[in-house]
Design a protein around this ligand. Structure first.
Ligand SMILES: [Zn+2]
Length: 236
């Protein structure tokens, strides 16, 4: 869509306007669009890269230029004939190329598990495992659903500090995430055991599944306190 065109850029949603200055992009040529995990990276001339992560609710739509838009989209990139419109709840960030690199893609074949584990090892070791697994700078592409499911399969609590997790355990949970996400993408397997199953019994040990917000973004973590190794949730 629109690659190679000069685009007119608008940010109708005030939250998007706060995150990205449309003037910095307006009139630049869109050079490339690349999907990395669940991130979409739009590269503009002059080395500017716009990252959008769609989370659960975001979506891109391509329509004719000038088509009527109901509501306030986050971003409108208009080319000569068509425009790309970004709707709802994404992460939006403008950087210089290379300024903030993404971690290895969890869906690469094969995934670079050792590289991801090394990134997690270089991170502040007081950080909670469940929070760090969602940091796209460390590992690109793990969403909240498969983070929870991978931690359950690896029998590790999201509340463990990185310092409490061995290299072998890091690679185990990353391997589970890669396997589950690949299976879900290929449309086989991918059964959810803990995600959105709070208060139901864990199929492995019968303990009730717990849920609680975690990290700066307060993403909901789901875990079994009976069989996933780790400390109590802080403050619990
Ligand atoms: Zn359990």
């Amino acid at each position: 869509m629109l690659v190679g065109e000069r685009v007119a850029v608008q940010t109708p949603n005030p939250r998007a306007a706060a995150a990205v200055s449309a003037e910095r992009l307006d009139g630049r040529k869109l050079e490339a669009v690349e999907a990395v995990g669940k991130n979409l990276l739009l590269s503009f001339e002059g080395g500017l890269v716009l990252r959008s992560h769609l989370r659960m609710s975001g979506r891109w739509q391509v329509v004719e230029r000038g088509a009527e838009l109901r509501g306030k989209p986050w971003l409108v990139l208009a080319g000569a004939e068509r425009q790309a419109v970004l709707w709802n709840g994404p992460v939006l960030e403008l950087t210089r190329r290379g300024a903030r690199r993404l971690g290895p893609d969890i869906l690469a074949e094969p995934p670079d598990l050792a590289g991801m584990a090394a990134n997690l090892r270089r991170e502040h070791q007081g950080r909670e495992l469940g929070d760090a697994l969602l940091d796209q700078r460390l590992v690109a592409g793990i969403g909240n659903v498969w983070k929870a499911e991978a931690l359950w399969r690896a029998e590790l609590s999201p509340w463990l500090r990185l310092a409490q997790v061995s290299d072998e355990e890091l690679e185990r949970v990353l391997g589970e995430a890669a396997r589950l996400m690949r299976a879900a993408l290929d449309n086989h397997g991918g059964k959810r055991i803990v995600y959105r199953r709070a208060a139901r019994p864990c199929p492995r040990c019968g303990t009730a599944i717990c849920s609680h917000g975690q990290g700066d973004d307060n993403r909901i973590a789901y875990w079994c306190p009976g069989c996933q190794r780790g400390e109590e949730r802080p403050g619990a």
